[in-house]
Design a protein around this ligand. Structure first.
Ligand SMILES: Cc1cc2nc3c(=O)[nH]c(=O)nc-3n(C[C@H](O)[C@H](O)[C@H](O)COP(=O)(O)O)c2cc1C
Length: 321
């Protein structure tokens, strides 16, 4: 596959990777509501090369969701190489490397954002992935910076970009918070602009984009090629279309409840069809996000988290006026 990144129209609106959330059904829904590309959940390379059954399920993709980027996580260059070779047979539009996850079980093993502390290893991982990926373009996702374990030194993603400048990395999604920053901390869009100024490939800004207005502000202040949106799509996959409408016309449509209900049911049916009945248990958290903002949301929560079948979900949603 050729470099799809270059063919996307700007600004590129991407569904950012989220473990436990950006599975195949949700990615399909987001594509239908305006996402220009979608990232998978993080796939751990060790599990993939071991043929772990659950992991093999997680790399299933559908033509209709393309362009889809499958994200890999881990810290062993050889396993990245092997994983990229496996993905070649699956055929995602792109392969991404997770260099931003702060979760203890990931960063504590030297993966995710901890890779920023070891630029040599990062280089090897990116090089190995590119070599295994063949023609599939490779991107990275990272944060602004991380401190060394003794807190004496700081490595930024600008240092990383300097280190890997001879590698053909197609794109970077940059989350404008450091490893140490708590969730609530302001996103450093000025830093994101510096990444845009330094990197010649495609730059997607990520962090804190919850509305079309914010999307426009970030695009204008950073000059990036596009945006990655995570929390902002909770219960609101239509945000991608809303951003597009807002950028073009200065206006966007807030969905009515019947319109929203249609999306929820579509999502639930897809989840059931593609992943089976367990997917409906996982779907409960999505249901709660979808109804957030409804007048009496609190009163429905208790019932919604007990639903088990499509029929029950449909009836419960129809009862909400
Ligand atoms: C539940 C959850 C799971 C996430 N999983 C991943 C992941 O697998 N890979 C990754 O690179 N980032 C992951 N992230 C980080 C998001 O992609 C994104 O960088 C972060 O949420 C900031 O963007 P936002 O402000 O739009 O939410 C995850 C975030 C959340 C909330």
């Amino acid at each position: 596959m050729s470099n799809f990144w270059k063919k996307l129209s700007r600004p590129i609106l991407a569904l950012a990777p989220m473990a436990g959330i950006t599975d195949l059904p949700f990615r399909l829904i987001c594509r239908q509501f305006g996402a220009d590309l979608v990232y998978s959940e993080m796939i751990m390379v060790q599990a993939l090369v071991r043929d772990n059954q659950k992991t093999l399920e997680m790399i299933k993709i559908k033509k209709s969701e393309q362009p889809v980027v499958i994200q890999l996580g881990g810290n062993d260059p050889e396993a990245f190489y092997q994983s990229a070779r496996i993905l070649r047979k699956i055929g995602p539009a792109g392969i991404d490397i997770n260099m931003g996850c702060p979760a203890r079980k990931v960063a504590g093993q030297g993966s995710g954002v901890a890779l920023l502390r070891d630029l040599e290893r990062s280089y090897q991982i990116i090089q190995a992935t590119i070599s295994g990926a063949g023609k599939i373009p490779v991107s990275i996702k990272t944060r602004t910076e991380i401190r060394s374990t003794d807190r004496q030194q700081t490595t930024t993603s600008l240092d990383l970009l300097e280190k890997i400048k001879d590698l053909p990395v197609a794109a970077i999604m940059i989350h404008g918070r450091s490893f140490e920053a708590p969730w609530i901390e302001e996103v450093d869009y000025e830093f994101i602009k510096k990444v845009k100024d330094k990197f010649s490939g495609i730059v997607l800004a990520n962090g804190g984009i919850y509305s079309p207005e914010k999307a426009q502000e970030v695009l204008q202040s950073t000059g990036v090629d596009g945006l990655g949106i995570a929390h902002g799509v909770y219960g609101r996959p239509e945000i991608f279309q809303q951003i597009k409408d807002y950028l073009q016309t200065g206006q966007y449509h807030e969905l009515s409840w019947p319109e929203k209900r249609k999306i929820i049911l579509k999502h639930a049916r897809l989840a059931f069809k593609l992943k089976g009945s367990y997917a409906l248990i996982e779907f409960r958290k999505q249901l709660l996000w979808y109804i957030k903002g409804l007048k009496n949301a609190k009163t429905y929560r208790q019932d919604l988290v007990q639903l088990e079948t499509l029929q029950e979900i449909q009836e419960a949603l129809e009862a909400i006026k």
